[in-house]
Write a protein that binds this ligand. Structure first.
Ligand code: DGP
Length: 113
């Protein structure tokens, strides 16, 4: 996988407002927030996008979701939040290192835009 700016955030070469870290994942505030709480949750191991994940990544994907749960609680948005994964440029993915958007602190409409 090509190096991305998220890899540079993991290596602390780029500053980010980190809210959670464990051996598997890192979470930090989005630089261009779309909600009062907008946090990106990324695996530390490189995966370009969700469709590149396979059976061997099942545990990793579960850990990302559980990290989202934990962060939502810590951020006070556990009652209402949205998780978004943009998979591919056509879906709006701009950084090709898998990431969950955790959004909360406002109401959301459906369908999403
Ligand atoms: P996506 O479009 O799904 O690939 O989301 C990428 C997100 O990454 C986008 O919401 C903006 C955010 N982002 C881009 N560059 C940086 C950065 O340098 N720092 C932080 N914290 N977020 C960034």
């Amino acid at each position: 996988m090509a190096d991305t700016l998220f890899s540079r955030i993991i290596r602390r070469e780029i500053q980010a407002d980190i809210v959670f870290e464990d051996e598997t994942c890192l979470a930090f505030r989005d630089i261009n927030p779309q909600a009062p709480v907008h946090i990106l949750i990324i695996p530390k191991t490189p995966l370009t996008r969700l469709t590149d994940a396979g059976e061997q990544d099942a545990g990793l994907l579960g850990k990302l979701l559980l990290a989202a749960n934990r962060i939502a609680t810590e951020q006070g948005i556990a009652d209402a939040f949205r998780i978004v994964v943009n998979n591919g440029a056509g879906a709006g993915q701009s950084v090709f290192h898998l990431h969950l958007h955790l959004l909360g602190g406002r109401s959301f409409t459906w369908p999403p835009g």
